[in-house]
Design a protein around this ligand. Structure first.
Ligand SMILES: [Zn+2]
Length: 228
């Protein structure tokens, strides 16, 4: 399949780029824990979608993230962040717990900017739905996400290779912004396709960032050991 649906799912490279900023701010936390934390609620969504607990709604060739309150509510993000912070505190790693908590929260914040209004306050269908609908304006969406990713790269102090990789992954998102005829029908018939596509995007953006950032990190380490 060459062209994917516009779904309202914030592009994986944007979340992965946020992990770079957290890595710079919290250098004593590993890059992989941060990469996983920024996408943690997306991983929940993928699992819940496979299980049929959360689902999308297809109208024509548009995919709406109609029901994702368990993985993506404001409460879920806050609760998971509190768990990470509390766990870090209990094992005398407040620094690590705080970094992971903020990384988890960043996913909900970025998704509220990007999604059409579909993010509930509580993990239930009831209540107001947040979403600034940046995904509804593909050109603006592309520019804003590219600027955000490049800003994270700059803050991180990454290599030229990392910048090229990030720009290429942003360019690869362009066809996703314009669904092809028939996409909607296909997704209705095969509901496992979308979470699989997202899973592939999440993992490939992780590998890209890790692979192209590791040189920079090698030069900076070893740092002072983790403090409590
Ligand atoms: Zn998400």
């Amino acid at each position: 399949m060459r062209v994917l649906p516009k779904g309202g799912i914030t592009y994986a490279i944007t979340h992965a780029s946020a992990a770079l900023a957290f890595k710079k701010k919290y250098p004593r936390v590993g890059l992989w824990p941060l990469l996983i934390a920024v996408q943690f609620v997306e991983l929940l969504w993928i699992v819940f979608s496979y299980l049929g607990i959360e689902h999308v709604r297809v109208t024509g060739d548009k995919v709406h993230l109609d029901f994702l309150p368990y993985s993506h509510s404001v409460f879920t993000g806050g609760f998971l962040a509190a768990l990470a912070w509390g766990f870090g505190r209990s094992v005398r790693r407040i620094y690590v717990g705080a970094a992971i908590a903020l990384a988890i929260l960043s996913h909900i914040v970025l998704d509220i900017i990007h999604h059409e209004p579909n993010i509930t306050l509580l993990p239930m269908a009831w209540g107001p739905r947040l979403g600034l609908n940046l995904q509804g304006y593909p050109l603006l969406d592309f520019i804003v996400e590219l600027i955000f990713c490049v800003a994270c790269w700059k803050f991180f102090g990454g290599s030229k290779g990392l910048l090229v990789g990030i720009v290429i992954f942003n360019l690869l998102n362009i066809p996703l912004m314009f669904p092809r005829p028939g996409t909607g029908a296909m997704l209705t018939q095969h509901p496992a396709i979308l979470p699989t596509i997202i899973l592939i995007q999440v993992v490939s953006s992780w590998l890209l960032i890790w692979f192209l950032a590791r040189r920079t990190l090698l030069h900076e380490e070893p740092r002072t050991p983790i403090a409590a």
